[in-house]
Design a protein around this ligand. Sequence first.
Ligand code: FES
Ligand code: FES
Length: 150
Amino acid sequence: MLKLRVNGRDHDVDVDPEMPLLWVVRDVLGLTGTKFGCGEALCGACVVHLDGEAMRSCVMPARRAVGHEVTTIEGLSADGSHPLQKAWVELGVPQCGYCQSGQIMSAAALLRKKPAPSDAEIDQSLAGNLCRCGTYLRIRAAVKKAAGVP
Ligand code: FES
Ligand code: FES
């Protein structure tokens, strides 16, 4: 049994401690906003926060999250009012949408550390988040809008 804290709630989950956190989040807790893409830490679809840091949950054993605060896209804000969520809506960022929760979680981790990131910092922080629809320009514009930088 693992004790996990996810989106501000405590859960006792009866899983193999080596199970990737992604499976626990999606299959055990039913939080399906976090996506499976490559399963090999290559695409960023599965990004969640561990104590505010962006992590790839497809390659992280669930046991590593014990004693830490896990945040998924569902926990970013209670009502969609996070500045990134608002900017994403205003600029109509998603195309198919599949990669977007990972994009937003990576961007949120960036803004926590760098409230006014430069273009280069945005590019560097999101470089590992792949979008097969090619929404990169809108993603960058939305991160800047959320940050309030021109
Ligand atoms: S599914 Fe985790 S990085 Fe691709
Ligand atoms: S919006 Fe389709 S993969 Fe990014």
